[in-house]
Design a protein around this ligand. Structure first.
Ligand code: NAP
Length: 304
């Protein structure tokens, strides 16, 4: 079968494209390598999406997925590892299958940045986590630390402060980067302690995380921080390597696109956090999803 629209990535942007594309009567397939919903699934709460006062990330993702499926979007749980997208008919290849279609929307989002320690991967799930919402409950009544000063770190800290005894925020600056509304809430919590101008110097442990060493950037002092869990929330990185070339990326690896979500390759569009943009939020991912698929539909109807 030749699909009208092949969407790579089943997060907020990709599934929104799915909803709009299927509602417009196009045949739409979405490829998702792990779980539908993307990074928003790891968000404990969402309170800045218009008309929804408060919803958890998983609930938002579940709603989005069932809405896309209800309109006829096909979801395939396979990772795309190779693409051939320059011709009129595009090919996308997973480990087990090959699919063809007339247009492609790249909606691969981002993945969490790692601290960069040699033993980091070994300690995932053994005291080290990138998802407070998924793993926080394992640390009930215990002391934990969150690394980072952006919205993700602050939301993680708030969530953990309801479950854990003490939550340290380890941040390399003296000012938080995240939104004021969340910071204000953070400052009210007595069990959240700040370690500013501080970085993680080392993580010690083989089978489980035994010790976190922290370094004060102003004084150079290195000391042990006694915590049971370490939650890393130091930003996101794109995962666009398989598309370039021919798709143009910027120096940080994000896809360069016009405001109507067109890439430099004819018939290839991009939506969500994986493209160059200023504001990476749920609402901008949804907006991109709708815009990208609109451009794809125009292209299918004979436009450029
Ligand atoms: P982010 O905004 O890029 O913040 C990353 C934080 O980690 C920054 O404080 C940064 O420090 C720090 N950092 C980066 N590399 C580091 C390293 N190697 N060692 C130590 N610290 C490091 O990332 P994010 O919080 O994951 O958010 C990503 C995007 O999603 C943002 O656009 C954010 O607004 C959005 N988001 C929105 C919401 C919401 O609206 N509710 C929730 C979550 C995320 P510096 O401060 O020094 O740069």
């Amino acid at each position: 079968m030749v699909y009208d629209i092949m969407i790579i990535g089943g997060g907020t942007a990709g599934l929104t494209s799915g909803i709009y594309g299927a509602r417009a009567g196009k045949s739409v397939i979405v490829f998702e390598g792990s779980f539908a919903g993307g990074l928003i699934v790891t968000s404990p709460f969402i309170e800045n999406y218009p008309a929804i006062q408060n919803i958890s990330g998983p609930e938002f993702a579940t709603n989005l997925l069932s809405q896309a499926e209800a309109f006829g979007t096909k979801i395939v749980y396979e990772s795309i590892i190779e693409v051939d997208i320059e011709g009129k008919i595009k090919r996308v290849i997973s480990e087990s299958n090959e699919y063809i279609g007339k247009t492609v929307i790249i909606a691969t989002g981002t993945k969490r940045r790692k601290l960069g320690f040699e033993n980091e991967d070994k300690l995932i799930g053994k005291g080290l986590s990138y998802c407070a919402y998924c793993d926080g409950a394992f640390f009930r009544g215990k002391d934990v630390a969150v690394v980072g000063g952006g919205n993700t770190a602050l939301e993680d800290a708030l969530y953990l402060s309801d479950i854990c005894k003490t939550v340290y925020i380890i941040h390399r600056r003296d000012k938080l980067k995240g939104e004021k509304a969340i910071s204000n809430e953070i400052f009210k919590r007595e069990n959240i302690k700040f370690l500013t101008n501080t970085v993680v110097d080392d993580i010690i442990g083989d089978k489980v995380l035994n010790l976190v060493k922290i370094r004060n950037l102003k004084t150079g002092e290195i000391r042990d921080l006694s915590v049971n869990g370490l939650f890393v929330a130091i930003g996101q990185i794109p995962q666009n390597e398989i598309f370039s070339p021919p798709v143009t990326l910027d120096s940080s690896g994000y896809i360069v696109a016009t405001e109507d979500c067109k890439t430099n390759v004819s018939g290839v569009f991009v939506a969500g956090d994986c493209r160059v943009k200023k504001l990476r939020q749920l609402i901008t991912a949804s907006a991109d999803g709708a815009t990208a698929v609109n451009s794809a539909i125009e292209y299918l109807n004979g436009g450029k």
